[in-house]
Design a protein around this ligand. Structure first.
Ligand SMILES: NC(=O)C1=CN([C@@H]2O[C@H](COP(=O)(O)OP(=O)(O)OC[C@H]3O[C@@H](n4cnc5c(N)ncnc54)[C@H](OP(=O)(O)O)[C@@H]3O)[C@@H](O)[C@H]2O)C=CC1
Length: 450
């Protein structure tokens, strides 16, 4: 019998540690490389890897029970929506509990991944190149800032300070300033709330409205209401819509633009606090920016405000700096086409973990994706042929285009519960596909797809 494939896991954030745990449990040999001196990735405020997007006031917006890994609950004494350091401590505890720490090589980045027949050559920041039969990419997708494209007129010549939310780390950056926050996602509303307490004036500039969801509905974390993979989307979303209508009401009541889409057709913006600060007049809603002058910002409705700082909360690019240009370039579309959002349809042994933007938490998803990958590596899960994979990808893209607002932030969007159900079913389908194949070979990684 051939030796099990050797796997390289890139990153020890929440997705990488989920993969490491599953591989360790299954006895699949692997190395996990992490740029930083600790695990936790994006959830480590001030992470020495220099790419964490966390800020001092960050609290997770999926509830404790819904974000936890399936076999390692978050401590009951934590709040429903823990702070970044509590989330990071949970990942530390997970790594210790499952004995992962010794299996991770810290302060070591993956600099280059070169596919070759039967595997990959992986070059590390130490200069060493190692060979692997499989690579699990878990490098995250909220670390490479997307600035407004194109830049707003006047952005190059204005005297106003401009930063991306990625470089926002603490309230001192806002102190005493007149701040214009651009965007209507979760970074924007969190930073606008911080600015409303620490700045001299706060303007929230949105090119599109959002249905802002409070963290609690009827006394329960909103995501625990109808949040189950057993409940189909056609029941969940109308119910959630109704609850939202009866709790927050119309967004225009807070001075925000009316959303141009239905609830759940965009990545959710979750914040009870922003609604409160809008209601108190501590944040002034504004439409999109039309241009920046020397010291003022002009909006598309012709209004103008004096400003000291613009914070662009305009999202992130999907980036894989370790692949050659052109190999798998999300490019201007910010899109990566993967079978079941995990498997590269043309490069055997190349897997992506956590490369989804769920309406929900990523950790249980990363765990389930890792189970699928481990099954594939061990031969108990088989992929369809290449045409079958391409057909699934095309169908998924059509569904995303139909379901979500056209935006670069929605290219890897999934519904948490529906996708979790799909992964469970796909595991069964893959096992059925593997049954005849398994008679001839148990080894799949490194084999060319049919
Ligand atoms: N507390 C938490 O748990 C937090 C979680 N997050 C998560 O991190 C991820 C990234 O969030 P975030 O940083 O908010 O980014 P998002 O991609 O979610 O949102 C970007 C926002 O910027 C707008 N935008 C993009 N380009 C422009 C432009 N050129 N001009 C004007 N507006 C523009 C988008 O509008 P449009 O919709 O029109 O494209 C959208 O409103 C998400 O998954 C989010 O949920 C972030 C912060 C806190």
């Amino acid at each position: 019998m051939s030796a099990p494939p050797r796997v390289c896991v890139i990153g020890a954030g929440s997705s990488g540690i989920a993969t490491a745990k599953v591989l360790l449990e299954r006895g699949i040999p692997f190395d996990c490389f992490e740029l930083s001196d600790r695990i936790g990735g994006n959830w480590v405020w001030g992470n020495r890897n220099g790419v964490s997007a966390a800020y001092r006031s960050l609290h997770i917006n999926t509830s404790r029970e819904r974000m936890a890994f399936s076999d390692f609950p978050m401590p009951a004494e934590l709040p429903d929506f823990p702070r970044h350091d509590q989330v990071a401590a949970y990942f530390d505890a997970y790594a210790d509990h499952f004995g992962l720490r010794d299996r991770i090589t810290f302060r070591t980045g993956v600099q280059h991944v070169a596919p070759r027949p039967g595997g990959f050559d992986v070059t590390l920041s130490t200069g060493e190149t190692r060979g692997y039969e499989a690579v699990c990419v878990a490098n995250g997708h909220h670390w490479d800032p997307r600035w407004p494209e194109p830049a707003f007129p006047g952005a190059d010549s204005t005297a106003i300070e401009q930063i991306h939310s990625h470089s926002y780390t603490e309230e001192a950056q806002l102190a005493g300033k007149r701040v214009v926050v651009v965007g209507m996602g979760n970074s924007a509303v969190d930073i606008a709330v911080d600015a409303s307490y620490h700045g001299a004036a706060t303007y929230l500039s949105a090119r599109r409205g959002a249905h802002v969801i409070p963290k609690y509905v009827f006394g329960r974390p909103y995501d625990q209401i109808a949040g189950s993979e057993r409940i189909p989307g056609w029941i969940r979303w109308p119910l959630a819509r109704l609850l939202l209508k009866s709790t927050t009401g119309r967004m225009t009541r807070y001075g925000l633009p009316a959303p141009d889409h239905k609830f759940a057709q965009a990545h959710p913006t979750m914040s009870s606090r922003v609604l409160d600060r809008l209601a108190h007049g501590a944040i002034t809603p504004k439409p999109n920016i039309s241009r920046l002058d020397r010291s003022s910002v002009v909006f598309t409705d012709g209004s103008r405000v004096e400003a000291d700082l613009v914070v662009y909360c305009t999202g992130y690019r999907i980036s894989f700096p370790f692949f050659d240009a052109g190999f798998l370039d999300p490019g201007e579309d910010n899109e990566v086409r993967l079978y079941q959002r995990v498997f590269h349809p043309r490069v055997p042994g190349l897997y992506f973990i956590g490369l989804v933007q769920p309406l929900g938490a990523i950790m249980p998803i990363a765990e389930r994706q890792s189970e699928l990958v481990a099954d594939h590596l061990q031969g108990s899960y088989a992929l369809p042929d290449r045409l079958g994979m391409l057909a699934e990808i095309a169908k998924h893209r059509q569904a995303v285009a139909k379901r979500y607002v056209a935006s670069k932030r929605h290219t890897i969007q999934v519904d948490f519960d529906d996708y979790m159900r799909e992964l469970r079913r796909e595991r069964i389908r893959g096992a059925q596909r593997s049954a005849p194949a398994a008679r001839t070979s148990r080894r799949v990684a490194g084999r060319a797809y049919a």
